[in-house]
Design a binder for this molecule. Structure first.
Ligand code: NAG
Ligand code: NAG
Ligand code: NAG
Ligand code: NAG
Ligand code: NAG
Ligand code: NAG
Length: 447
């Protein structure tokens, strides 16, 4: 009997120790992954079953075009201001995370162009329709206002002092009637790892919005998850704890019938290695602008064997030959400067001899009647130092059943955006210490 007991306690002892080891090695490993929820997927709290596939497709493209206009206005503005022209929810992926102690779950729109993580907070002087519960900072023991005299407050644009002079207030204006204003604060954020554990980060600077406007919004989204390259973005603040690294692997959401989702990885889990990895530098904007994007250098695009030189446009803080395309999580289709687009379109027309389909909505210029994407020549994006041959699912968009459209849009303003469709079935890694983006061809449904 006592023998059994001692075996049993030995077993418990070993078990406890193994658990310690697992916890310790997990902490050492410094890596974890979270689920990315595409806004139109079944799992999305924004999923609208009454929308037809066509409406969804159409909205995707409309969002991409509006977002391109937003970047253009933002970059053309002579003021170094956080000033944007789009509804805040013009992004494609949602992520669930928790704020405060005890943790309170919210959904945010992931945005690689936003440099502040913000959410709606109680009390709401004015809030847009958020269908999920709104965070109440008075119920969190880890919530702290940031003082108006702090360096953080002074270093940020568009901050002011509360009427009693103590709390630092932030304002982000997106477009007419679309804004967030509230207390700049420090909170604990907890990410929900895809492997069932939670990873907490204390003292993250966030915006707690007490006045938020968005005339058309009605849904669960509580705000924006800032993955930009500026100092107050969430990803910059996680900094050393994730080694400056994140990566994602995007599945083909628009044609996916499975309930799998894309993943977002951090730290050691975000390292992209192997034989077929290619990397290109992230080019920082010239001058000391707080507003920065993930600019890459595009040399050319190929349509089959035809190579088309890529030229960008000069804007304040950029160089047309080096800073000529923004890799962006919130744009779906690729947006290209006019003359690059037209050359690609004409190269495509020369090769493809399928019946044309006229898109009456004028969304896409080049559509074909076909049931297979394999009928098209491959498209390769030649970044500086990195040739990325797009997955066949990334270059053509299924507008209707049997209709495939060339998933590139031309922009009068000449701005280039490398959208997330073009990144489908690539593991895309950002290393903010080395300032590189790496690509590795991967089957993201198995990733
Ligand atoms: C934070 O500042 C606001 C004023 O902007 C104030 O109403 C609130 O009580 C402060 N919260 C805490 C926890 O100090
Ligand atoms: C934001 O918009 C409001 C209302 O239009 C305006 O009063 C305020 O000055 C703007 N703030 C910033 C920082 O642009
Ligand atoms: C927000 O909710 C109110 C009350 O339920 C409703 O009347 C209004 O139409 C909603 N706004 C939007 C944009 O859905
Ligand atoms: C995906 O999830 C939705 C909602 O839970 C369900 O209706 C659907 O059948 C699932 N599809 C598959 C292929 O499992
Ligand atoms: C832009 O970049 C190119 C290539 O690096 C360089 O030769 C050129 O001098 C740069 N132009 C400006 C205005 O900085
Ligand atoms: C092309 O596809 C559309 C939509 O499915 C269909 O209405 C049309 O008849 C097709 N045209 C040809 C030439 O097959």
């Amino acid at each position: 009997m006592s023998r059994t007991m001692s075996h049993f306690s030995l077993f418990i002892f070993i078990f406890i120790c193994l658990s310690c080891l697992v916890v310790i090695s997990h902490a050492k490993n410094n890596g974890f992954s979270v689920e990315l929820i595409h806004r139109d997927s079944f799992k999305s709290p924004l999923y609208n079953p009454t929308q037809t596939k066509f409406q969804r497709n159409f909205n995707v493209v409309r969002r991409s075009i509006n977002r391109a206009n937003y970047f253009y206005k933002e970059l053309s503005s002579t003021k170094n201001k956080l000033e944007s022209y789009m509804p805040f929810d013009y992004g494609e992926y949602l992520m669930s995370y928790s704020v405060g102690t005890p943790p309170f779950q919210v959904y945010g729109i992931l945005d690689t162009a936003s440099n502040l993580n913000w959410l709606q907070c109680k009390p709401c002087n004015s809030c847009y329709n958020q269908t999920s519960p709104i965070f109440d900072p008075s119920k969190s023991s880890s919530y702290k206002n940031i003082s108006c005299s702090s360096r953080t407050c002074k270093s940020m644009e568009d901050t002011s002092c509360s009427s009693d002079g103590d709390a630092c207030q932030y304002t982000l204006n997106y477009s007419i009637g679309s804004y967030t204003h509230g207390d700049l604060s420090e909170e604990t954020l907890t990410l929900d790892s895809a492997f069932g554990s939670f990873v907490s980060f204390p003292k993250i600077v966030i915006g707690c919005g007490h006045n938020n406007g968005e005339p058309t919004y009605n849904g669960p989204n509580s705000g924006v998850i800032g993955f930009g390259s500026g100092d107050t973005s969430l990803i910059k603040q996680l900094g050393s704890s994730i080694g400056g690294k994140f990566s994602y692997c995007l599945i083909d959401e628009h044609n996916s019938k499975s309930n799998r989702s894309s993943k977002l990885n951090f730290g050691d889990d975000a390292i992209v290695t192997g034989d077929n990895v290619v990397s290109t530098p992230i080019v920082k904007m010239i001058g000391n602008r707080q507003k920065d994007y993930y600019y890459l250098t595009m040399k050319a695009f190929s349509v089959g064997n035809k190579r088309i030189k890529y030229r960008g446009f000069k804007r304040e803080g950029t160089n047309a030959s080096t800073h000529n395309i923004i890799i962006d999580s919130g744009t779906n289709v690729c947006i290209l400067p006019h003359r690059v687009y037209y050359k690609m379109e004409s190269a495509m027309k020369k090769v493809v001899k399928l019946p044309r389909f006229q898109d009456d909505t004028d969304t896409f210029r080049l559509c074909y009647n076909t049931t297979s994407k394999q009928n098209f020549p491959p498209i390769t994006a030649h970044f500086k130092g990195a040739d990325v041959k797009l997955d066949s699912k990334g270059a053509f968009y299924s507008l209707y059943k049997g209709v495939e459209c060339f998933a590139f849009i031309s922009q009068k303003n000449g701005l280039g955006l490398f959208g997330n469709m073009a990144q489908v079935n690539y593991l895309v890694g950002y290393d903010l210490n080395k300032n590189i983006v790496s690509f590795k061809s991967s089957d993201c449904t198995n990733y």
